[in-house]
Design a protein around this ligand. Sequence first.
Ligand code: DGI
Ligand code: FE
Ligand code: FE
Ligand code: FE
Length: 188
Amino acid sequence: VDSRDQLLAKISKQLKPARFEHVQRVEQTAIQLAKQYGVNVEKASIAGLVHDYAKQRPDEDFIKAIKHFQLDPDLVNWNNAIWHGIVGAELIKSELDITDEDILDAVRYHTTGNRYMTKLAQIIYMADYIEPARDFDGVEKARLLTSQSLELAVAYQTKHTLLYLLENNQRIYPKTIDTYNAWVPQSG
Ligand code: DGI
Ligand code: FE
Ligand code: FE
Ligand code: FE
């Protein structure tokens, strides 16, 4: 594991400036949430910084990694949006020597969510959605919910992502549906 400066240098090599700024805002948001919810602040910092590490890699890197790491072969039928977290976690592990499975799971599930998510994974999922530069209908509601209940916030994001994907004729990755089914609040 590197010093913070070494880690930042490696990340900035992989990302264009706007994306590098985004991951630093996600880090700060995740640190605040970690303090509020009693989660390890160091892990929240690292997970926030690395969550989009693989976002700007060429498709062929992901195809190679899916084979090399023997991940679910169906992953080849998806795209960067799905790969950069789920496959990106393996690249982070091998290239940045980050072996903490809490951090790697938070990266893995930061786009799709997952049936099981640690508090750290919930925090990264939400921090990515509500970091200060995010601006979309519903972001204020998402920020308020995140400050009140991580679980309800995860459910809110998942529902709104699904609605957005359906509205835009995008395919739904099965894990996104699993997340919805696991987290949607049930009243009876
Ligand atoms: O990497 P970021 O832009 O910071 O954010 P992200 O990793 O949360 O989301 C990347 C994109 O992934 C976003 O535009 C929504 C999309 N996405 C999330 N779930 C699914 C999905 N795209 C498809 N096709 N299917 C999904 O289930
Ligand atoms: Fe992402
Ligand atoms: Fe996200
Ligand atoms: Fe992100």
